[in-house]
Design a protein around this ligand. Structure first.
Ligand SMILES: Cc1cc2nc3c(=O)[nH]c(=O)nc-3n(C[C@H](O)[C@H](O)[C@H](O)COP(=O)(O)OP(=O)(O)OC[C@H]3O[C@@H](n4cnc5c(N)ncnc54)[C@H](O)[C@@H]3O)c2cc1C
Length: 598
């Protein structure tokens, strides 16, 4: 993390953003990447631009051996070794660097998914949970991509409900190996992976992780799935028929496979956000270039307000999602450093750090995947009929982005997890949620506080974000109190509450980033990034009120409902602004530069 942030930074615990205020000095922003990180980012970008982008059609046609060869090339640059500790042939890079690499490879379509599966869900379980012998045997080969990895959790009958897996493992009579039997579904890299992380139930009930090698008899794969997008990534079923897995290849503790399966997803989710932010920037840039070039009615379509609106909104959402992503990335990075300093090994430190911020990871997965879907949808629209043609990049971007709302936990599951985890941490006292919610209740009984100095820079925005937090606390707090365990069954409410939290987290992260940029002279007080923060907060104000109203009217009645609706009105306030002029200004900077500039 940059020294500008660490000097005075107050690092929040996971979920605490909702109950504590942050300052720009507490917030890492992407503009603070150090020289080495920027150099690595440039290397990855160059690799994607020269090796991946020109071969996109060949990759999607699944030209035999091509994707593997490209993974090998990325390994030659060291990219597959970045998150592997040095003693096992890797570089043991910090979390910010690894997230940045994911952002830069996120522009690589099918390659990104394959690269992410190998370096993330395929390799990290061994980094986190492998014993010394397993790490020594597998990690050096995974670091160089001599062996490629896949992760087998999902089955035909169990996706979101992963623990309902039927694949089983039974110990042999002589106790030397397990016999693995079952079937996995939708396995990325299955066509060529050498090493599979497989989850199976020992004796049919103890959910456990295993490291399985492709060459072992009894392992076979199905045909390539015919997918809507990411057509170049290999996705197949994997079958296990009496595969003999040596007992040495049990990963982690017997019966504790759920910890591996779920903890690996925390890192996967925040990295997914970084990857799609990279893809969204690329898509926004493509939209700008096309809009400048395409002439209709005697001028570039980028001169039309309708198109400027789309370009501006692409930037608002992408910049905001990115702000939230790097803010949380730096928290994980910092926590990892703290755990390392306390004596944890590299894997344990990253695992613990990501677990601490599991709420933010789930939120960012949803935020990122929905941001990129908006951007690619409008990318197609900006292209008109050409957006529907395979001759232009819009169609591939549109098809490829859709999977992000489905894997790494569907967005429904991640939204529900967000609220579930927040309430659990509230009940355990881990986040000072209950005190904060009580404070909001008391505030509601009293007169509104009008003492804030409205002449301070960003006073309205700061007050709005503070109000968003109170709106969340009021609604989630009351719903949790009133419905208790019954809340889990009211899924619609959980989804809306998660949206309120997501908007709040993104609004605050964007505001803090922009304040830091303005305070350090990197952005004028009336610059386009300031307009982005204001636009996001303006639109989030409305969404938070509407989502809150939907929740309240579903569970409260009479005086209670009236009080909560009034509270929502009081806590979702932001002065009217000319959003047309603001969005046009955001778009114009991109139009002038003929690319994405934020
Ligand atoms: C291209 C691709 C690559 C993949 N790669 C891998 C991989 O490498 N390894 C791997 O293990 N898996 C992989 N997956 C699987 C992926 O993780 C699952 O598809 C995903 O978890 C959803 O599971 P499912 O498809 O069974 O859907 P389901 O779980 O059946 O969900 C269907 C719908 O029901 C909703 N739903 C489910 N349960 C609930 C609930 N309790 N409450 C409310 N709504 C619910 C879901 O949100 C979804 O909208 C991949 C999938 C695809 C398509």
């Amino acid at each position: 993390m940059s020294s500008t942030t660490t000097a005075t930074a107050q690092i929040l615990r996971g979920g605490e953003f909702l109950v504590k205020d942050s300052q720009p000095a507490d917030t890492f922003i992407r503009e603070e990447l150090n020289d080495e990180q920027r150099m690595i980012a440039d290397t990855v970008l160059q690799f994607v631009e020269t090796e991946i982008a020109p071969n996109a059609d060949r990759i999607d046609a699944m030209e035999p051996g091509l994707l593997q060869a490209l993974l090998d090339k990325s390994a030659e640059l060291g990219l597959t070794a970045m998150a592997i500790p040095e003693e096992y042939g890797g570089y043991g890079k910090d979390f910010i660097t690894n997230t940045l690499i994911t952002e830069m490879t996120g522009m690589g379509h099918s390659f990104s998914v394959s690269f992410g599966a190998h370096t993330g869900i395929g390799t990290l379980p061994i980094v986190y949970y492998g014993n010394e012998a397993q790490k020594q045997k597998y990690l050096p080969k995974l670091a160089t991509a001599e062996w490629k990895a896949a992760y087998c959790l999902t089955e035909p009958g169990s996706g979101s409900d992963a623990l309902a897996a039927k694949t089983r493992a039974d110990l042999s009579a002589d106790g030397t190996h397990y016999l693995l039997n079952g079937q996995k579904m939708w396995i990325t890299n299955a066509g060529f992976a050498d090493v599979f992380i497989v989850f199976a139930k020992i004796d049919g009930d103890k959910f456990t992780g295993f490291i399985v090698e492709r060459s072992w008899p009894g392992l076979s794969v199905g045909a390539e799935e015919k997918k809507m997008g990411i057509k170049g990534s290999s996705t197949r079923q994997v079958f296990f028929e009496n595969v003999k897995v040596p007992v040495e290849n049990v990963l982690g503790d017997i019966g504790q496979g759920h910890k591996i399966a779920f903890n690996i997803l925390n890192v996967g989710r925040i990295k997914l956000c970084a990857g799609v932010v990279g893809g969204a920037k690329q898509a926004a840039a493509a939209a700008v270039r096309y809009a400048n070039e395409r002439q209709q009615f005697g001028r570039s379509i980028s001169e039309f307000g309708a198109i400027k609106h789309k370009l501006g909104e692409m930037a608002v959402r992408t910049f905001s999602a990115e702000s939230a992503c790097y803010r949380a990335t730096a928290w994980i990075d910092q926590k990892e450093r703290t755990l390392l300093a306390e004596g944890a090994d590299y894997g344990t430190a990253l695992l613990g750090a990501a677990e601490e911020y599991a709420i933010e990871c789930a939120m960012l997965k949803v935020i990122g995947s929905e941001t990129v879907d908006y951007v690619v949808d409008e990318l197609v629209q900006v292209h008109g009929g050409y957006g529907y043609s395979e001759e232009y990049p819009a169609a591939r971007a549109y098809r490829d982005s859709r999977i992000n709302r489905i894997f790494e936990g569907t967005n429904e599951i991640n939204r529900m997890l967000t609220i579930d985890m927040m309430l659990r941490r509230a009940m355990s006292g881990q986040v000072g949620f209950l005190q904060a919610a009580m404070g909001v209740q008391q505030e509601l009984m009293g007169m509104p506080d009008l003492s804030a100095d409205s002449s301070e820079p960003f006073a309205a925005e700061t007050a709005a974000v503070s109000g968003f937090k109170k709106a969340c606390l009021a609604v989630v707090g009351f719903a949790g109190q009133k419905l208790g365990k019954r809340l889990a069954a009211e899924q619609e409410l959980l989804l809306w509450m998660a949206d309120m939290l997501n908007d709040t987290f993104v609004a605050e992260s964007t505001l803090l980033r922009v304040r830091k940029l303005v305070e350090s002279g990197q952005e004028p007080a009336d610059g386009p990034r300031v307009a982005i923060a204001r636009l996001f907060i303006h639109d989030a104000t409305e969404r938070i009120r509407v989502n809150g109203n939907k929740v309240v009217t579903a569970f409260a009645e009479g005086d209670e409902a009236r009080m909560l609706l009034l509270a929502l009105k009081r806590f979702s306030k932001y002065p009217p602004m000319d959003t047309v002029r603001a969005r046009r200004a955001v778009a114009q900077a991109m139009i002038d530069a003929n690319g994405y500039v934020y």
